[in-house]
Write a new protein. Sequence first.
Length: 438
Amino acid sequence: MSASNSLYQHFLNHRTICTDTRSITKDCLFFALKGENFDANSFAAQALNLGAAYAVIDNPDFSIDQRCILVPDVLTALQELAKYHREQLNIPVIGLTGSNGKTTTKELINAVLSEKYMTFATKGNLNNHIGVPLSLLSLTEETEIAVIEMGANHQKEIEFLCELAQPTHGLITNVGMAHLDGFGGFEGVKKGKAELFTYLKKHDGTAFINRNNPYLLEMTAAADLTKTVYYGTEANNTISGTLLKTDPFLELSWSAEGESHQGKNYQVHTQLTGAYNFENILAAIVISHFFGLTPAQINAGLSGYQPKNNRSQLSKTDKNTVICDFYNANPSSMIAALANIESLSADKKVVIIGDMFELGNEAAAQHQLIISEAENTHVNTLIFIGKHFFEEKGQHRGHFFQSPAEAKEFLTRESITDSLVLLKGSRGMALEQLLPLL
């Protein structure tokens, strides 16, 4: 490891990593990362004064005493430290990526595996070049299986994160119209996500494949994967599932191949909404089955999981039932969310959707597509928020607002009550500010 061995020794004695002086804890290691608008080297002394044991810096001008550890580059040191720490742990690491459903699938896998194992899963969506190292450094000697989420908005990013996390197993939830700007179109998305398969092939890893997804089958063949475990709706899979009910929560039955499961179907009631989560649930089942959990353990983990983080979260307010799905959005997930509210039963339905980001040259066409999809949905009220939607409003039905602030004024005047409401948009739209009005 090019990060010094002494840095790893410091880490072993001080296992909490902090990168923000607002969250300093006693005896932590502070890494002075640079941001677009700040240089955390200048906060090293403050971090030490607040109780950090050491500050890792890359500018000698900010070294105040021997508690400052000088490295050539702080971010590289953090990444190399995480990679080295990962190499000390001989455990399965499940690498997980995809355009939609990553975080929900990760949470489901973790919820089920934890019925048998001491697990660790990426917190929140710490899934980038900083988040993955922080996740890896959270692994301890007690961790038996880790689930590491890997996000990307350009090619070679998944490849880099795999080199850090060194997954032994992997799953791509799906490939869709997300981060088109950075990836250079849909084919670029496929190529970028497939970097996980390339890594698994090179290192004799096992991939879990949704046989119902033609893109994933194409990518599996292109990577020449040999260690594969399939799941889907047909009987020729390791795990096969049937969706029984979607309103308001998903119920399904599933079966597993193998003599001990012959002819047996296992039924489970979940607390998840949205038919699009069916394949995420199957992914959690196939991985847990692979790692030796019993059907009873699997169903206990699935039925006990409660979604949070504003992803497919059904919330009852004083006035309405709201599908809180405003953590993020892209065309694929937006179409799925619209199809979901269409399938649910309610006397009155309202769709409130915000702009989708990072679509590059496709932005106008994709927002126009979503407006058309929404218009074809049988709902009482349509509300579109954001500059992209506003620019495409034309003669379309519905209410169009350039900003959430304008929408708030409207919702204050025109109160929505006794309705099933879909609230969805890209994270940058901050649609949670509308929730108090619903």
